[in-house]
Write a protein that binds this ligand. Structure first.
Ligand code: CU
Length: 512
């Protein structure tokens, strides 16, 4: 075994890449399986094929059985194996867990089937199955295997030498010089043959490894972002060349793209915008009154396969234009665009835990409920009050009670989440339609526009806004666990009296 072969085997782990959110691979979902309220967590494996861990909490005493089944987006449930029954977790009354094999790197829908006294119900949870890292070999194991390999190599040569040199002689005879030479020659030829075989093995492995890195390992999708001044507006143009060969994008809660802009390094300016699609690979959006500076852009998209992705870019924004007069041909901003400029992140001022209240505009306040400890292990909960301290009346914002963006200060984590969790609502709707045979699976990567038509926000709102029993109307919660400890800023957006209000919270999340 050559040294380089070993190095390839023993390469250190690549940094954990991300998909549909950055650095936040676990899936959290809160919703309903028929009549049963469920909270589902899926921890996908880092390599495919691999086993995903799924846990399901059912808030109902009527439950008798919970089962789960992963189905590839274009396969359908009919051809799938029977579902795996989830086991009740020891010491728990309503928490079930199971392990699911994800065999191909593609978008999956995980069917969570719940049966009990109220009948049966199914929740569909979208999960991206994708290899996010290359497993390395333990150096000690590598060294042991190399030694064993070398031992076998020389053992085989000894056997060959004995076989051609001594085994052909009558018992007791010693080989003469000619026979010795012959044996040495055959042994040398065998050594060459073995080395060629090892070299071939290394070539094969390198090809396998390159194929994995190029075709199977997830790479974060980068796009190009450029800002320009035009007609009294600043316009941001996003381009992604390789989008041409991707499945068409479907709108997720009403928009083809949810673009988040965060000013670095202070995280003091934040925007949630909705660019329009000019062609399959070009998107544009007029910028609101954000200050100039360096921004990180995160664009959430869902492809027609049900695969959800976050495209990232860095962009330098020029000073806001002062000319606000209407000019012919201006790009109209999306009515659901929102932004906020606030204080910069200062590590020294981060609260050590406990309740924290932040001021919103128009006298409203938002309070982050729960202690620091519970923040790492349970839902993120926020309560909104008006200037008099009374519960605020929240209106749906793009069909949902609230939207949140979570970012680790250094950029290692970014997630756009909702009260339903981390999933793309569009993926879930696509899978639900396909389960009913109402959306085609024979879609084309060459198409510009999707053939699947998703229900509108107005049609979906009732399901998305369904609250858990007993939740106060000014109380919003997001099922989420911080994937890594560290310093975070979280922006929470709600709509009151037709206006989007954004509250920003800073937190130190410690390892639990
Ligand atoms: Cu959102």
């Amino acid at each position: 075994m050559s040294k380089r072969f070993l190095i390839v085997l023993a390469l250190a782990l690549c940094p954990l890449a991300a998909f549909a959110h950055i650095g936040s691979p676990n899936v959290f979902y809160q919703g309903y399986a028929g009549p049963y309220p469920v909270r589902v967590t899926v921890r996908p494996p880092p390599v495919i094929p691999g086993r995903a861990e799924i846990s399901v909490r059912v808030e109902s005493p009527a439950v008798r059985k919970v089962a789960a089944l992963p189905v590839v987006w274009n396969a359908g449930r009919k051809g799938a194996p029977p579902h795996d029954e989830a086991r009740l977790v020891r010491g728990e009354t309503n928490l079930y867990s199971a392990e699911l094999w994800l065999m191909v790197p593609a978008a999956h829908s995980v069917y969570v089937d719940v049966a009990g006294d109220l009948g049966t119900g199914t929740a569909i949870v979208p999960v991206n199955a994708i290899a996010t890292r290359r497993l390395g070999m333990d150096p000690i194991l590598g060294a042991v295997l190399a030694l064993l390999g070398a031992f076998l190599f020389f053992l085989l040569l000894t056997i060959v030498q004995a076989a051609v040199g001594e085994s052909v002689l009558p018992p007791g005879a010693t080989p003469v010089i000619n026979e010795r030479r012959h044996a040495a020659l055959i042994t040398a030829l065998t050594a060459v043959l073995l080395l060629v075989l090892i070299w071939g093995g290394r070539k094969w492995w390198e090809a396998e490894d390159a194929n994995f890195r190029n075709n199977r390992l997830y790479h974060p999708a980068f796009m190009k972002a450029e800002a320009r001044a035009e007609g009294g507006q600043r316009i941001l143009r996003l381009t992604r060349q390789d989008m041409r060969n991707a499945y068409p994008i479907v709108p997720d809660h009403g928009k083809v793209m949810h673009l988040f802009l965060v000013r670095e390094p202070g995280l003091d300016a934040f925007a949630h915008l909705h660019p329009v699609k000019l062609s399959k690979e070009v998107f544009e959006v007029p910028l609101p009154q954000l200050p100039a500076g360096k921004y990180r852009a995160y664009a959430d998209v869902t492809y027609e396969s049900g695969y959800a992705d976050t495209l990232t870019a860095e962009v330098e924004l020029p000073d806001p234009t002062t000319n606000t007069n209407a000019v012919e041909g201006r790009l109209a901003p999306d009515p659901d665009d929102s932004w906020q400029v606030g204080p910069a992140f200062k590590a020294g001022t981060v609260a050590a835990g406990g309740e924290e209240t932040t001021a919103l505009t128009h006298g409203y306040t938002m309070t982050w409920r729960g202690s620091l400890r519970s923040r790492t292990k349970s839902d993120l909960r926020f309560v909104v009050r008006d200037a008099a301290g009374e519960p605020a009346r929240l209106e749906p914002y793009m069909g949902m009670l609230a939207h949140a963006a979570v970012r680790r200060v250094d950029g290692a984590v970014f997630a756009h989440i909702h009260p339903a969790g981390t999933i793309s609502m569009a993926s879930q709707q696509l899978f639900a339609l396909r389960a009913e045979g109402k959306a085609p699976v024979n879609i084309s990567q060459q198409a510009d526009e999707p053939v699947c038509k998703l229900p509108s926000v107005a049609e979906s709102e009732a399901v998305w806004l369904k609250r858990s029993a007993g939740a106060a109307e000014n109380d919003v919660s997001f099922p989420y666990e911080f994937p890594q400890p560290g310093l975070y800023r979280i922006w929470v957006q709600v709509r009151i009296n037709g206006q989007v209000l954004t509250g920003a919270f800073d937190a130190l999340i410690t390892a639990s």
